[in-house]
Ligand binder design. Structure first.
Ligand SMILES: O=C(O)c1ccc(O)c(O)c1
Ligand SMILES: [Mg+2]
Length: 616
């Protein structure tokens, strides 16, 4: 039974960077209804709690919760009595803030007594005092609580305390981190759940506290079933706010407004997963319809010539714009040197680079509706008379993503001819399609990109891998569609000296740093490329000696690999053979890949590639 209702959206100030005012403004701008005020943000703020109340009011935000109140229940004397005085002072702050709810998280102190009756008694007393002021107390089990770490245990204590001003607070992280089952939250009386906090996280093997304090992220960015958790909450009849509470090292440094927009995007997604709302299905994709490079006249000549060595041919010239189409097999690459265009702007900022990716989708209208619901900004290029309009959205870094429906640029369709004077040249087919497009991301932005590709296109994030560059570590995560037709590895580096770091710093931000083309016969493709003057990225002999040992390859195959600078890997699906071009003007490079069943990206070979790039 779907329960379509819009619950208020809230975010904890700890999720966002800046001072308290920055945080409030970012939350309001993103469209949140309310905020949880974290005590640390209040303590470091210049203004009084009453000032904060006014600021929030002016921004249209309610203050949904004040937190955390720590180490309260089941203490020995004299702390036990002192804790009630401490609570009274927090109540003063809450009244000045204009919020009626405080979060008490389960006690982590060694001195805490393992006695549910005592805990219940303490919480009941606190609730009595809160009630005298019209306030409420919510009790949350921290996954690392000294004696109370699970929601069922916290609920038992809340029931035992039996006071109308005391309720339960559930937090998806604490429940899912312990592998605890959230489904019976659905059986609680919804009105006794006072507040709901959501956070996702990658699966990591470490203690819950460190995991929670540094690696939480927004729903859809991690691996926990937050949608299932929220579904159980919704079935209880809970009608309060849904609040994001994320402690994350990157988020503390991320631009608050962009991060707040991601926060809303994650809520839209998880609400739909929980059955609280509907979202158009993600597109099914056959892969990339084309890639567009921003160039000027000079770099177009250079890139065109470079592509020709890889077997691409000039296949068409745009009817009204300074744009050329290069083709090979089913691969379309557009070189855009048009003045006063989005491409020209991109070129000014980044130099020759990929400025747009066109993705083939089963239904462009539905894909756009989903993107819009997920707060993507729509984009439309100026167009000439009779030119087709390709609907587009912007990715996290501003890269343009065009959505190509089945009738727009289909295989053998005449629609290219609509916009281009096509040249009657035979197209080569040594390379057949775009296998993947790899991007270098600025530090701290992995979660934002993962959410974009997961939410809008339904791609799944593969497990992160660490790649060793001679100058530092690169973290890589591939976003892949269910059938593997759309693959986008995302790379990030803390060091500015790695191939990824150099790319991001030298070329002003995120961008495509390599494009991989599929070849049915990689050795034939390399021979053809070399015959046209393309140089492959050299591979040291040591690599092949080790390959022989690792995989027990026969000498004939090894000789072929060695002679063609082809790298080899194997995964559960099968074999992977790949080879790299030299970089174009020290920027991006191309990969040729032959998949013999493998679904990965040859991560084991990345250090060899990066060392070769560093030597150049
Ligand atoms: O990390 C903590 O201490 C902490 C505090 C309050 C919360 O609501 C929470 O989920 C964690
Ligand atoms: Mg919490």
């Amino acid at each position: 039974m779907p329960i379509s209702r819009r619950l208020p959206r809230s975010i904890a100030t700890v999720c966002l960077s800046g001072n308290l005012l920055d945080k409030l403004e970012a939350a309001a701008a993103a469209g949140f209804d309310g905020v949880e005020i974290f005590e640390a943000d209040l303590l470091t703020f210049e203004g009084s709690p009453a000032d904060i109340r006014r600021l929030a009011e002016d921004l249209g935000l309610s203050i949904t919760l004040f937190q955390p109140f720590r180490d309260f229940e089941a203490m020995p004397e004299p702390q036990r009595a002192r804790n009630l005085d401490r609570a009274e002072r927090k109540f003063d702050v809450m009244q000045a803030l204009g919020t009626d709810l405080v979060l008490v998280c389960s006690n982590t102190q060694e001195a805490a007594i393992d006695d549910d009756a005592r805990a219940a008694e303490d919480l009941r007393r606190m609730a009595e005092r809160a009630a005298q002021r019209g306030l409420r107390v919510g009790y949350e089990a921290l996954a690392w609580g000294r004696h109370v770490s699970r929601w069922k245990h916290a609920w038992k204590i809340v029931q035992q305390a039996d006071h109308p001003a005391l309720g339960l607070i559930v937090d998806s992280f604490h429940t899912l981190a312990l592998g605890d089952d959230p489904s019976s939250i659905a059986d609680l009386p919804g009105e006794k759940i006072f507040f709901v906090q959501l956070a996702d996280a990658p699966r990591l093997s470490m203690d819950a506290l460190s995991w929670s304090r540094h690696f939480r992220n927004f729903p859809g960015q991690g691996e926990l079933d937050v949608g299932g958790f929220l579904g159980a909450v919704a079935r209880s009849g809970y009608a309060g706010p849904i609040s994001l509470e994320v402690f994350n090292d990157d988020f503390r440094a991320a631009p608050a407004r962009l991060n707040a927009r991601d926060a809303v995007r994650s809520l839209v997604l998880v609400e739909a997963e929980a059955g609280l709302s509907e979202l158009p299905d993600p597109p099914r994709s056959d892969g990339f319809a084309f890639l567009e490079f921003a160039v000027d006249q000079t770099s177009r000549r250079a890139l065109g010539a470079f592509l020709e060595t890889l077997g691409f041919r000039l296949a068409g010239r745009h009817r009204s714009k300074d744009v050329e189409l290069f083709r090979q097999g089913g691969i379309n690459l557009i070189l855009n040197a048009e003045q006063d265009s989005a491409a020209a702007e991109h070129f000014q900022l980044h130099g020759p680079s990929v400025c747009a990716m066109a993705i083939q989708v089963d239904d462009a209208g539905r894909a756009m509706a989903r993107a819009r619901a997920l707060l993507c900004s729509e984009w439309q290029e100026q167009r000439g008379v009779d030119e087709r309009v390709l609907p587009g959205i912007r990715a996290s870094d501003g890269t343009l993503i065009l959505l190509i429906g089945p009738d727009d640029l289909g295989e053998g369709s005449t629609s290219w001819e609509n916009d281009f004077h096509m040249l009657p040249l035979p197209v080569e087919d040594g390379l057949t399609r775009i296998d993947h497009v790899a991007q270098a991301l600025p530090t701290g932005s992995m979660n934002s990109f993962v959410l974009f590709w997961h939410a809008v296109f339904g791609l799944d994030a593969q497990a992160p891998v660490d790649l060793a560059d001679p100058q530092g570590l690169i973290r890589s995560r591939a976003m892949v569609s269910a059938d593997g037709a759309l693959r986008l590895p995302l790379n990030i580096s803390e060091s500015r000296q790695t191939s990824t770091g150099r790319f991001v710093t030298a070329f002003a931000g995120a961008g495509v740093h390599h494009v991989a083309f599929e070849a049915p016969d990689i050795f034939a493709a390399v021979r053809a490329m070399r015959a046209r003057g393309a140089a492959t990225l050299p591979v040291p002999p040591n690599y092949y000696d080790d390959l022989a040992a690792r995989w027990g390859l026969d000498d004939a195959l090894l000789d072929q690999l060695r002679a063609h600078d082809v790298l080899y890997d194997r995964d559960a699906g099968g074999e992977l053979l790949h080879v790299y071009s030299r970089p174009f003007e020290g920027r991006f490079f191309f990969e040729v890949i032959e998949r013999r069943g493998a679904t990965g990206f040859g991560a084991a070979n990345a250090p060899v590639r990066m060392a070769a790039l560093a030597r150049l």
